[in-house]
Design a protein around this ligand. Structure first.
Ligand code: ATP
Ligand code: MG
Length: 324
């Protein structure tokens, strides 16, 4: 298995799209070469509420465990518990051009939307490069919006290795193993997002009634035909995608089983509840046992620091710092 790393930034709430597109594939393939972390430092690059970031960080870790991430099988930790991430960040800042960082599309888009832009928003892809290179990552499963940042991590690794001697594994971006992209139920031409403020997001911790209501209110269209045709029928096709993802079937084949939108929605609501209910219940159990989650995090941080320490030492020496 190639070494894979995935980070979840604790802004907003995890949703069914995150579960299908990111969490489930990790759990299905987890091994000693799987690295999963909550990237709390990345949540500080935009306006944030300190209490909210702290609460979401714990919530995300607990949800990952509730979804089946096994801390004995893979490495689970919180980014800020491993100071080597920020230490390597600085060394990589000294390996990255200002022009290179300011060309990042996400930086351009996000900075345009704000009045006060934090410096960390500009340097965040370099911290992401540190996240990746610190853990000897070979593959980074990301959506299209993050592939430019993985490219940057590659460029920086190649440059560092070229200038200072072989130090880092050169990573590559890979498409998440499950291709299904879940769209917003209220606006099926946009993807379901943590940061969206629509009524079409199925949150992993929503109660069953809330999930059902969200599905029953999903936007469809006027022609009444159940068919899988994402371009012409985005709403109905998205419902079929959700049903397929939850039941392990094919969207086009499922379309033949329904005559009416109402029947389809009921089946989708049942499947979503059946998928998320056990996770929510497990989450509530884990919540009652904060000592367990804390132990997992302490142990994960210790293991991550051990691995990361060796890599940072190598980078410090290569770049010209005198050992202390
Ligand atoms: P944000 O709006 O803050 O960007 P997000 O919902 O896009 O939030 P990310 O933290 O960007 O979430 O992504 C976490 C992981 O979930 C990534 O691997 C991403 O590809 C996956 N993911 C996010 N949204 C979806 C979706 N709608 N369908 C499938 N996978 C998704
Ligand atoms: Mg995103």
């Amino acid at each position: 298995m190639p070494r894979r790393l995935t980070g979840f930034t604790p802004s907003g709430h995890l949703h069914l799209g995150n579960h299908i597109g990111a969490v489930r594939p990790i759990v299905a393939e987890q091994s000693a070469d799987t690295v999963v972390f909550v990237s709390d430092l990345h949540a500080l690059t935009l306006d944030h509420d300190p209490a909210e970031v702290r609460a979401r960080t714990l919530e995300f870790v607990t949800l990952l465990l509730a979804s089946g991430a096994d801390p004995d099988a893979c490495l689970v930790f919180v980014q800020s518990h491993v100071p080597q991430h920020t230490e390597l960040h600085y060394l990589l800042e000294c390996t990255t051009g200002y022009g290179e960082a300011s060309r990042m599309i996400q930086f351009k888009e996000k900075s345009r939307r704000q009045e006060h832009v934090r410096l960390s928003l500009l340097t965040y892809p370099v911290l992401m490069a540190a996240d990746i290179l610190l853990h000897d990552t070979e593959e980074v499963p990301v959506g299209a919006d993050q592939s430019q940042h993985v490219e940057l991590a590659r460029d920086v690794a190649i440059r560092f290795n070229g200038r200072y001697g072989p130090t880092f594994t050169v990573p590559r971006a890979v498409n998440p193993p499950v291709a299904a992209r879940i769209m917003d139920l209220a606006d099926p031409t946009s993807k379901m997002s943590k940061s969206a403020s629509t009524t079409g997001v199925l949150r992993m911790l929503d109660e069953p009634e809330v999930l059902r209501r969200t599905v029953m209110r999903a936007v469809t269209d006027a022609d009444g035909e159940v068919a899988f045709d994402p371009a012409r029928k985005p709403g109905v096709s998205n419902l079929l995608t959700v049903l397929a993802a939850c039941t392990g079937d094919e969207p086009a084949r499922l379309a033949g089983r329904f005559d009416r939108y109402g029947e389809l929605k009921t089946a989708v609501a049942d499947a979503v509840v059946a998928t998320l209910d056990p996770i929510r219940e497990r989450y509530r159990e884990l919540e009652k046992d904060p000592g367990y989650v804390r132990t997992v995090l302490r142990d994960g941080a210790r293991r991550a620091r051990e691995r990361a320490g060796a890599r940072v030492d190598a980078a410090r020496e290569a770049i010209g710092l005198l050992p202390g």
